[in-house]
Design a protein around this ligand. Structure first.
Ligand SMILES: NC(=O)c1ccc[n+]([C@@H]2O[C@H](COP(=O)([O-])OP(=O)(O)OC[C@H]3O[C@@H](n4cnc5c(N)ncnc54)[C@H](O)[C@@H]3O)[C@@H](O)[C@H]2O)c1
Length: 507
């Protein structure tokens, strides 16, 4: 290894990931040998990387001499014997445990005993890959994100028998490559892909239950909850034949943890060939690569009406929306006979909430309070809310220009359910010591582009509110996927931030 942390690197597999890793390694000053079982793939990859480096120069992101120097550090290898002098070999072949195990056995033969063997696998167990090797202590995960040059995160994953020095060296190498490395213990889906299940699985479950449609979930998550991409746009980009098998792998490795239970609808859509952008048909249709977003139906015209708001934390904000719309506000202690009843539950479905509060379910509409009624409002029916009540409420809520999505009854609406699942999984990652609280939030923001990390979400929205949402979902459905865990409960009980780490047992 060079004094400045640079290394002689071998990369096996010159596909989408291998070439991205080769690019950032060469740009960081490492010498890189690239090998692929298809001999033409390596030449293609080197030409592709050259083009990417030229583009970086054109866009002013790189000096031309640096780009030329990076190109000169890249070369093709004809076979694995070329890696005899490598300090680190990164495996990026297709996601197949048998194939990867064979590659690792061959690498053990081809490399020096102190050469680190790293895998870029997204979902296979590092401990299991290492167990097939004579020296599992030199095997680790080095998990980059696609497209590598634009995604700064790398997870450095220690298998059960990985030497700590190997992890330290990969962390240093990650920095040389211009990445932000986070240390992660071996776990199903590691850190980022474990948390990512919360977003896409819960969204798919919601649609499977008939709560609303794909485009509506995406709009709510973008415009109310502040995510850059809706879960179904994301699934179309990644492709279901990647996401669904990875979910099954994570579920199996976790011995059927209910939070990772695959969604039946996702499996069916994969079998039907609705994979996403790459097949032009997924949750959306694509024409010449352009997503065809269904038009949102026009909002109904304002008809006035009398609205009563249930007392509670969000009552004043909802009353203000009613007042400023020009509709009448019923200020009675109980709703008048003709008034539409607005409620703002956390975790409870509208029907159960109305029944428990003794409110007329045919006149009740629930509005999601979690993100402060900004960006986009979600209006949820009870199972028997009258259509004209929904129409009047929709028109009133949108009179200030804020769009509204009407949905069927669901404990936790859409955004509450999805964000609560992200925090539940993220706090499970913290509780199981897979990564530190700071690294969990950092990795999720960098690797998934979420507006907040899972623990930050819990702090911003209030741990007590997140717990209430999970408890409500759990009570209504009886599904253990929604159970709360000790991480959030203890920090809520002590009034501490969700990011509070635990003190050591000894000084
Ligand atoms: N694509 C992503 O978004 C992404 C993100 C993170 C991690 N990963 C992981 O990275 C790895 C590679 O994924 P990808 O998207 O680059 O796949 P890819 O299909 O684009 O590339 C795989 C390459 O491996 C080559 N290959 C197959 N068997 C080989 C062998 N025995 N020896 C040498 N080369 C061989 C193939 O010819 C191909 O060029 C997988 O483990 C995947 O899970 C992928």
């Amino acid at each position: 290894m060079g004094d400045n942390g640079t290394s002689r690197i071998g990369i096996v597999g010159a596909g989408a990931m291998g070439r991205g890793i080769a690019q950032v390694a060469a740009a960081g000053g490492c010498s890189v040998l690239l090998y692929d079982a298809r001999s033409e793939a390596t030449a293609e990859a080197i030409a592709f990387i050259g083009g990417m480096l030229d583009r970086a120069v054109e866009k002013g992101r790189m000096e031309s001499e640096d780009a030329e120097a990076a190109k000169s550090r890249l070369a093709a290898a004809d076979d694995l014997a070329a890696f005899a002098d490598a300090d680190v070999v990164i495996e990026a072949v297709s996601e197949d445990i048998e194939l990867k195990s064979k590659v690792f056995s061959a690498l053990e033969e081809a490399t020096r005993p102190d050469c680190i063997l790293a895998s870029n696998t997204s979902s296979l167990s590092i401990t299991r890959l290492a167990a097939a090797c004579d020296h599992p202590e030199r095997v680790a995960g080095f998990h980059f994100f696609n497209p590598v040059p634009l995604m700064p995160l790398v997870e450095v994953i220690a298998g059960i028998r990985t030497d700590q020095k190997v992890i330290d060296r990969l962390v240093a190498l990650g920095k040389v490559m211009g990445r932000t490395p986070v240390r992660v213990a071996d776990a199903p889906g590691f850190l980022v892909n474990q948390v990512g299940r919360g977003y896409t699985l819960e969204a798919t479950n919601l649609v499977a239950e008939g709560v609303t449609d794909f485009a509506s979930v995406d709009r709510i998550m973008r415009e109310a909850a502040g995510f850059r991409m809706g879960p179904f746009e994301l699934l179309d980009l990644t492709a279901l034949d990647v996401t669904h098998p990875a979910t099954i792998e994570i579920y199996e490795q976790s011995y059927h943890e209910p939070r990772f239970r695959p969604a039946m609808l996702m499996g069916q859509r994969m079998q039907a060939g609705l994979l996403g952008r790459k097949t032009q048909q997924g949750h959306y249709t694509y024409l010449e690569g352009k997503q065809q977003r269904p038009e949102e139906p026009d909002a109904p015209p304002f008809e006035g009406g009398m609205f009563w708001v249930e007392p509670g934390e969000d009552c004043a904000a909802l009353q203000e929306i009613v007042r400023s719309s020009g509709a009448e506000l019923d200020e009675g202690a109980q709703p008048g006979d003709e008034s539409i009843i607005l409620i703002a539950p956390l975790g409870t479905d509208a029907s159960t909430h109305a029944a428990q509060a003794g409110l007329d379910p045919e006149r009740t509409v629930a509005i999601d309070p979690l993100f402060g009624f900004a960006g986009r409002r979600t209006a949820m029916k009870t199972i028997v809310t009258r259509p004209e009540v929904m129409t009047k409420t929709h028109a009133m809520l949108t009179s200030d220009g804020t769009p509204v999505t009407p949905i069927q009854d669901s404990p936790g609406f859409v955004a509450q359910r999805i964000v609560a699942m992200i925090t539940a999984i993220g706090s499970g990652v913290a509780q199981n010591r897979i990564a530190t609280p700071d690294d969990i939030d950092r990795a999720v923001k960098l690797g998934l582009n979420y507006p907040n990390g899972p623990l930050e979400f819990a702090d911003k929205l209030g741990i007590a509110r997140v717990l209430k949402i999970l408890e409500g979902m759990s009570t209504c459905t009886g599904d253990p996927r929604y159970r709360t865990g000790p991480w959030l409960r203890r920090r809520a009980a002590l009034g501490l931030s969700a990011k509070t780490p635990e003190t050591p047992t000894h000084s």
